[in-house]
Every structure is written in structure tokens, then in C-alpha cells.
Design a binder for this molecule. Structure first.
Ligand SMILES: Cc1ncc(COP(=O)(O)O)c(C=O)c1O
Length: 356
């Protein structure tokens, strides 16, 4: 039976990427050797790293004033890495708290300096994106999480500020066009729109570094990674390779414009049904709904067993909500076809027909 994978992450990847990754595990680049068993310093792998870094810049329309790095430690280590690379010694940073991951970023940044949380949506269980807040003029940077994977909200316009912007884009990078030149630093774990877990992408404006007056441990110093072309130490070879294949797939499917068109069609299909079907309601306010992670619930929780049986029978997996929201979460990353969203909406209609 065909599976429809709505997992929030690690999540669905394009079939070609899985096939290409599987092939490389057995015989990478015609070398007769597994990708898992060759030196990351071999010219064959260096070419992969170069292509992956180049594709990131090409897809985001960035020039030579930006660098793309594939590091380790997930976006979670990114919370510390960005604070150490952007918050001056004795300086201060502004953060927007829009969910679990933003809260984690704030907590870790506070270990290194003064952090102001200038807006916080926890009063309504992070069901909205704060709009009216004051941005302190002297802050070293403003940090936000562009898509809140757990609560299902997303920034549809980015904060307006002259401060350097630092953003955790783990769950919506490459999902639609945006102006990447507005950011000093973007970071994103691979395992949603880019590849298997193991790599974290940093997109860094070159001249934004080296201004903090801090001494940094080598691995946490983004400049050290830039100087070594993202090969300062052994990179997450498999995750970088599969990410490179996904980046090629994004390019071949229309780049960010193409992703944006298909993600828009999926979100319209899903939210159209959610708004129409009287059995369900959404967690997030309509204007801030995430195109990537749709969080929703049943009005009558007693129908949960029936709904669960229906979606499981239709081949859907990964639909259970996160414990901090409950209900359901449909994650509709780039690689999820519209057809899978249609299967989900048909199941919602079926529940209405039989139990509504
Ligand atoms: C927006 C966001 N930030 C950070 C993280 C943490 O990422 P990692 O597990 O790669 O450390 C996640 C994980 O789902 C996420 O969705």
C-alpha cells in the first residue's frame, strides 16, 4: 500500500534522493566503494561538498558575500553557535519567543549574555505570531524562528528592522522564495526540507563575523569553518551527500518558486478542508498558519479512535500531534506530494460522512 508520510522530522525525502543515496552507499561515484567508507578528503567527496554549498547559494540567490556551511550538532547546537558568533562580549540580543524551539534558543543564548524577549506568544499556547513589538535599537541582533514546527505557525512577513537578523529556519528553508540577503545568519537542521538527520546548514554573511570580541572554541567558530571550506573536521558525509541530491531536486523542480507553488497548493487544499469540515478546528490563527506543519484537532475527542483508524487504513503515517498541542499535525514538507494531502482531506470528509 502506498504510504503518505506526514512526519514532522526526520521526514519525507524525494524518491530520487533516497535512490541516489542508496546507490552511493554501495558504490559512490563509480569508485566501487561505499560513500560510508571513503575519506572526506577524497576529491570525489570534496566535489559533493562544493556542489552542495554552491547550490544553497544559488537557490537562495546569494553572492560571494555569503558562505554556506554543513556542520553538526543540529539546530540545537545552533542556538549556542549563533549566540557566540553574534552576541558581543557584554552585549545584548533581542529574541522573539514563538514556541518550543525559540524558547530553547533563548535559554541557551542567556548563558552567554543579556537577552531581551521582546515578544512572546506563550499566553495563547503559541497559536499566533506576535506583530506589535518594539525592537531595541542597540541590540547586537534579532533572532526568530521562521516556522514553528510544533505549534504550526509561520512568519509570513519577516520582522522589519535594521538590526542584523539571525534566524532558525529548520522547518521551512527552501520552501518558498524569500529575500535571504536580509539575514546575517540562517541556520537549519537538515532533516525536514533538505536531507537525513546529521547535518545542519549555516548560511552566513561573511562580513558579519568577527565582531564580538570573544574567544571561541574552534568548532563553534563559524569563521574557522569558512576558512576550511566546511571541512574543518570530518563533516556528516552521508547527510551532506543526500542534502546535495535534494538541493539538485529542488533546482530541477523550479527552485524556491517551484517549491512555493507546490507548497501553496498543498496548504490551500488542507486548510480549505479544515475550514469547511465542521468536525475539525485549527490550533493557529488563520493569518499565521504554517504551510509546513498544520496543527488541528477534533471538536469531539470521542471521534479520535474512528479518525485514527481511517487515516491509518488510508496509508497515512506521522499524523499524531506533539504533546504540547495535542490533536494532529500534518507536516507538508517540500517532498510531500499534493496527492498525499488529498488523501488526508478525503479521510476527513469520510469521517464527516460517517460520524458527522
Ligand atoms: C524550528 C526547529 N528548530 C530547532 C530544532 C531542533 O533541531 P535538531 O534536532 O536538529 O537539533 C527543530 C527540530 O525539530 C526545529 O523544528
Amino acid at each position: 500500500m502506498k504510504k503518505h508520510n506526514f512526519s514532522a522530522g526526520p521526514s519525507i525525502l524525494p524518491r530520487e534522493v533516497l535512490q541516489g543515496s542508496a546507490d552511493a552507499i554501495l558504490n559512490f561515484d563509480g569508485m566501487g566503494l561505499s560513500l560510508r567508507k571513503i575519506s572526506h578528503r577524497s576529491k570525489n567527496f570534496e566535489a559533493v561538498m562544493d556542489e552542495a554549498r554552491q547550490l544553497v547559494k544559488e537557490l537562495l540567490s546569494l553572492g560571494d558575500d555569503y558562505e554556506a556551511l554543513f556542520l553538526q550538532g543540529g539546530a540545537t547546537l545552533g542556538f549556542t553557535t549563533v549566540a557566540l558568533n553574534y552576541m558581543k562580549q557584554g552585549g545584548h540580543a533581542a529574541y522573539l519567543n514563538t514556541g518550543v524551539w525559540a524558547t530553547g534558543a533563548i535559554k541557551d543564548a542567556r548563558l552567554w549574555g543579556d537577552v531581551s524577549v521582546i515578544a512572546d506568544s506563550s499566553d495563547k499556547n503559541h497559536s499566533y505570531i506576535p506583530k506589535n513589538y518594539e525592537i531595541p535599537q542597540g541590540a547586537d541582533y534579532l533572532h526568530f524562528t521562521s516556522n514553528n514546527t510544533i505549534f504550526g505557525t509561520q512568519f509570513h512577513t519577516f520582522p522589519q528592522t535594521t538590526l542584523p537578523l539571525v534566524c532558525d529556519m529548520s522547518s521551512d528553508i527552501f520552501s518558498r522564495p524569500f529575500d535571504a540577503t536580509r539575514f546575517d545568519c540562517i541556520y537549519a537542521g537538515a532533516q525536514k526540507n533538505m536531507g537525513p538527520a546529521g547535518a545542519v546548514l549555516y548560511v552566513v554573511k561573511r562580513d558579519s563575523l568577527g565582531r564580538t570580541g570573544r574567544k571561541l572554541p574552534a568548532y563553534l567558530d563559524l569563521q574557522a569553518h569558512i576558512e576550511k571550506d566546511s571541512m574543518f573536521n570530518t563533516p556528516p558525509v552521508f547527510s551532506v551527500y543526500a542534502s546535495m541530491l535534494t538541493l539538485r531536486w529542488i533546482k530541477a523542480n523550479g527552485g524556491l518558486e517551484g517549491m512555493g507553488r507546490s507548497n501553496d497548493a498543498k496548504q490551500k487544499c488542507f486548510y480549505g478542508e479544515l475550514d469547511r469540515n465542521p468536525l475539525f478546528y485549527g490550533h493557529s490563527v488563520p493569518e499565521d498558519r504554517s504551510w509546513m506543519n498544520a496543527t488541528f484537532r477534533l471538536h469531539n475527542e470521542q471521534l479520535a479512535a474512528d479518525f485514527d483508524a481511517l487515516w491509518k487504513a488510508a496509508g497515512i503515517s506521522g499524523l499524531s500531534g506533539h504533546r504540547s498541542v495535542g490533536g494532529y499535525r500534518a507536516s507538508m514538507y517540500n517532498a510531500l506530494p499534493l496527492e498525499s494531502v488529498q488523501v488526508l482531506t478525503e479521510v476527513m470528509q469520510e469521517l464527516e460522512r460517517t460520524k458527522g
